[in-house]
Design a protein around this ligand. Structure first.
Ligand SMILES: NC(=O)c1ccc[n+]([C@@H]2O[C@H](COP(=O)([O-])OP(=O)(O)OC[C@H]3O[C@@H](n4cnc5c(N)ncnc54)[C@H](OP(=O)(O)O)[C@@H]3O)[C@@H](O)[C@H]2O)c1
Length: 260
């Protein structure tokens, strides 16, 4: 029983922003567990190279998409449909941030961040409802996994005003969707990562990847997140093992939110 508990063979997954950073860690984890995975990037070369690299792990298909507008999500889903015959797992991972002092925090730091981090994930779910409803029909729910942030749950000294507000919004949106879609056999959960070594956190770690500056003595487990940490929770939620979990906000943060 345990040997198949986390098996994703036959499952079809779409990971936005899956070519690099956290999305890449997630895509690789899903592929290793047996899923077929589609990924997106704004850049064709980045998407293509990542998919080519990940073919060694399984069936990986690249899509180019700038998910700054709902229209872009509609277009991505249209193109996805020409390639795939359904969807079991949607991971809304693509995200933007902006940090700066309150005095000069610009108006333009709001609409783009809110669009990519909140509005587009909603639009992706809305557009993919036919697929998610169809694949969740058999008692094994289809899965929506939204990547939030610990910064949307506790106060971090990042001065990322629109970002932390957008992440709190995606957490609440996840719970709202979980309630509304449970009857269709679709689970919706939010993962709240702490600090992982991606381009988004490059200024917060030293050359060895160790936390520095703002993060000195900040993470109870005293290290940044690793690929297995984020892949593990996504594979768990996507697998039979996670089929009874919905409406959850799951921190993966080395204890930042839970140990304070
Ligand atoms: N790193 C952390 O410690 C951490 C902590 C908490 C939450 N998160 C969340 O994890 C997710 C991934 O971030 P990351 O850390 O991996 O940062 P990252 O390396 O900067 O990656 C950001 C990802 O979002 C995509 N993206 C950004 N703007 C986009 C747009 N307009 N349209 C489509 N895709 C867009 C990027 O795709 P391309 O550049 O390839 O187009 C990239 O894959 C985000 O939601 C972030 O908020 C990260």
């Amino acid at each position: 029983m345990t040997s198949t508990l986390f098996d994703l063979t036959g499952k079809r997954a779409l990971v936005t922003g899956g070519a690099q950073g956290l999305g890449r860690m997630i895509a690789e984890g899903l592929l290793r567990a047996g899923a077929r995975v589609s990924i997106t990037s704004r850049k064709a070369e980045v998407a293509g190279q990542a998919a080519q690299d990940m073919q060694a792990l399984g069936d990986c298909t690249p899509f180019v998409a700038d998910l700054s507008t709902p229209e872009a999500a509609v277009d991505l889903v249209r193109r996805y449909r020409t390639h795939a015959d359904g969807l079991d797992i949607l991971v809304n991972n693509a995200g933007r941030t902006w940090g700066g002092p309150i005095e000069t925090f610009p108006d333009r730091a709001w609409p783009g961040v809110m669009a990519v981090n909140v509005q587009t994930p909603f639009k992706m779910v809305q557009e993919l409802l036919p697929e998610l409803t169809a694949s969740g029909a058999g008692g094994d729910p289809s899965r929506v996994i939204n990547i939030g942030s610990v910064a949307g749950k506790v106060i971090e000294p990042l001065q990322a005003y629109s970002y932390s507000a957008s992440k709190a919004a995606i957490h609440q949106l996840s719970r709202q969707l979980a309630a509304d879609l449970a009857g269709r056999n679709i689970t919706v959960n939010a993962i709240l990562p702490g600090f992982f070594p991606t381009s988004m956190t490059a200024h917060l770690r030293d050359e060895d990847g160790a936390p520095k500056g703002l993060l000195d003595n900040h993470i109870p487990l005293n290290r940044m997140g690793r690929p297995d940490d984020i892949a593990g929770i996504v594979v768990f939620l996507s697998s039979r093992a996670g089929s009874y979990v919905t409406g959850a906000e799951i921190p993966v943060d080395g204890g930042i939110s839970g140990c304070r």
